[in-house]
Design a protein around this ligand. Structure first.
Ligand code: FAD
Length: 392
């Protein structure tokens, strides 16, 4: 196909590992520049699989992510046809009364609730428009040599292995990245990870019997309770994805239906009729809380051969709603660098690695801080808030 963006440089063979949100977006950006992209994904094609419990069902899309989606022509659809605007936080007090705090009362900017699978789906579908993108599902990266661009994948359906070589490897394989594990063997690679003592469990407020939202939809609903909190984001079918964030110890202590109902009566009583007692018990005991990890590392590249982006490079806790958005921004920035350095991979990777980590570390720290803001400080008068921020 014709090269876009006036790019006349040599076409590269690029392997993107991970076909999640960030990998599938990156594949499109690279294809637009005319490179030959092979996208390898561990799981089966999600376009043919029902949602698997354990990943957040919906996400808040912000201006960072939107800018990147615009770059591949899907922003308008995601925001105007699919996304549900959330213009303010709706705070639920323990007595069930509510009040709202706008995100941006001055210029009316907002964030959008979008479906994770839907967005991933749209990106994979968009990549079909480029015949220089090949996708391989059910392929798990099990071995790589990042210095010479060789990779070995396990075909999970047949247990066969496949050897592949690439001019450039892009690791977009998430918080537990196999590409990053290989990078850790390189000299001068800094790495730290932090699990927080809180986990999360997803519950659901269904649509009402007549098929409408049971709470005002254009809000991110928050039940802040000091050391823990619950939030809810609207879904396109008028249901709500409700996420309870709490220390693992507290989850463990709630081990009977009765204890669960006493806990909910005390802290989230207004949500019980919305979720329904039977569904609450089923969903709470039907799943187990998932851990939350933050990863900081650098540099993000190995020579001119390999780069990590998205959660593989900078997994953050979800309290700022910026993990995916920052990963999408990586793709946007990389595209700018391809332009700036005329597809010279050595310069692109060096520039990305040297500059990106500062923002990535900053968003990670802000996300850690925002958990305290969301579950606690948001309810406090400002003079107490000042003190709590100082203490933090
Ligand atoms: P992933 O989504 O993890 O995708 C990685 C892909 O790589 C997966 O498809 C995986 O199967 C594949 N893979 C893994 N290992 C291999 C291998 N060895 N070989 C081949 N493929 C492999 N972010 C926001 O911006 N807004 C939000 O509101 C928000 N809410 C969140 C709520 C929760 C509860 C959580 C946990 C996260 C939230 N996030 C949010 C963060 C967001 O989910 C992540 O930042 C985002 O999914 C990162 O995308 P990714 O493509 O880098 O990684």
């Amino acid at each position: 196909m014709a090269l876009q963006n006036g790019n006349t440089k040599k076409k590269l063979d690029i392997v993107v590992v991970g076909g999640g949100l960030v990998g599938s977006l990156e594949a499109i950006f690279l294809a637009k520049r005319g490179h030959r992209v092979s996208l390898y994904e561990y799981r089966e094609d999600l376009r043919t699989t029902p949602h698997v419990r354990g990943r957040s069902i919906n996400l808040a899309l912000s201006v960072r992510g939107r800018k990147a989606l615009k770059g591949v022509g899907v922003e308008d659809h995601m925001v105007n046809e699919h996304g549900i605007p959330m213009r303010a936080r709706m705070i639920h007090r323990p007595d069930g009364t509510t009040y709202s705090i706008p995100y941006d009362a001055r210029t009316n900017q907002c964030i959008y609730s979008v479906g994770r699978n839907y967005l991933n789906n749209i990106l994979l579908k968009e990549s079909e428009n480029y015949d220089n993108v090949k996708k391989y599902f059910n392929h798990k990266l099990i071995k790589s040599n990042l210095r010479n661009g060789s990779l070995t994948f396990l075909k999970t359906e047949t247990n066969e292995t496949v050897d592949v070589t690439a001019d450039l490897i892009i690791g977009a394989d998430g918080a537990f990245s196999a590409v990053r594990k290989e990078m850790m063997k390189q000299p001068l690679f800094d790495f730290s990870q932090q699990y927080i003592e809180h986990g999360y469990l997803e519950l659901c407020i269904p649509a009402s019997e007549d098929g409408v939202f049971q709470m005002p939809p254009n809000y991110l609903h928050i039940w802040p309770r000091g050391n823990f909190m619950m939030i809810a984001l609207p879904n396109q079918d008028c249901s709500w994805t409700v996420t309870l964030f709490m220390p693992f110890k507290n989850f463990k202590d709630i081990d009977t239906d009765e204890k669960l109902m006493i806990f909910f009566q005390k802290y989230f009583s207004d949500s019980i009729p919305l979720i329904g007692e039977k569904k609450l018990i089923e969903d709470f005991f039907g799943g187990s809380p998932s851990p939350l990890v933050a990863v900081k590392c650098r540099p993000y590249n190995v020579l001119d051969k390999a780069l990590i982006i998205g959660d593989a490079a900078h997994a953050v806790v979800p309290f700022y709603g910026q993990g995916m958005n920052a990963g999408f921004e990586d793709c946007y920035i990389l595209d700018e660098l391809f332009r700036k350095h005329h597809d010279n991979v050595a310069d692109i990777l060096q520039d990305f690695s040297d500059s990106r980590w500062k923002d990535a570390f900053a968003i990670s720290d802000l996300a850690m801080y925002n958990y305290i803001e969301m579950r606690d400080l948001v309810t406090r008068p400002s003079y107490r808030l000042r003190k709590a921020v100082d203490d933090f």
